[in-house]
Design a protein around this ligand. Sequence first.
Ligand SMILES: *[C@@H]1O[C@H](CO)[C@@H](O)[C@H](O)[C@H]1NC(C)=O
Length: 309
Amino acid sequence: MKKDNESTIPDFILLGVTGQKEHDNVLFILFLFIYPITLTGNLLIILAIHSDSRLHNPMYFFLANLSFVDIFFSSVTIPKTLINHILSSKAISFVGCLTQMYFMIALANADSYTLAAMAYDRAVAISRPLHYTTIISPRFCVLLVVGSWVVGNANALPHTLLTGSLSFCGNTDVANFYCDIMPLLKLSCSDIRFNVKIMYIGVGVFSVPLLCIIISYVQVFSTVLRIPSTKGVLKALSTCGSHLTVVSLYYGTMMGMYFRPLTSYSLKDAVLTVMYMAVTPMLNPFIYSLRNRDMKAALRKLFSKRISI
Ligand SMILES: *[C@@H]1O[C@H](CO)[C@@H](O)[C@H](O)[C@H]1NC(C)=O
């Protein structure tokens, strides 16, 4: 028996979103626009927040962190898809495939936990304003940010190790444009029952923040409804409305993808993943900045500073 296991593992083939050439072209053009917008938008948010001392508070630090995660999150899949399309190749090595999966899971979790931190921050600010600075202390913020990365990596590691130890015999066509856990499990010829259990635990860990977000917003709305003036209600709603839009987009598409039996997964579901892998990281900076006066002022300042230099 030969020992060079690794060299016998063939490349995986990324089938794209439908497996059809025309749709690959559409995806390529879409990503060609989305990716630079995502990078620029999120980078501007980080620069604007760090250069404006009025934005040096937890809400904006979390937003900067969200942008930071989003830059990496979209870089896990989009550049590979673009490069492969240019090279007319669909191949990805086994190690590349597992790397993509690892960072996809780690960053999606970091994203998810950061969104929860943002919701909790707003809930405390709106319903317990007098205790805000003691509850959301700088130390607590750092804890939440570091915690989101720790949970992300802790959730990614078991799935990656377990998937890496599976056998793949023959069929290596991954039914998506990147290496995602569901299409990979479907390809394996090993017994995947344990992997599937761990996968659903992972989906659970990923969904805990959603629960925190829902509880935070229930608290926000119950406080807002007690504010006598309609002006106060509208202001509070506009602050949180943008956040809720992102959250619904993100979790709506994620849940459509993972909250169901593995057997029902097919290539046509890959389209759904474009939404949270590529579209939400692009929309985040716009949704958070366009309706936010302080953020817009900071961006204007950033540009005028650059121009006057
Ligand atoms: C993330 O948050 C921490 C703590 O709130 C902050 O110190 C750090 O600068 C933020 N990161 C970015 C990229 O803004």
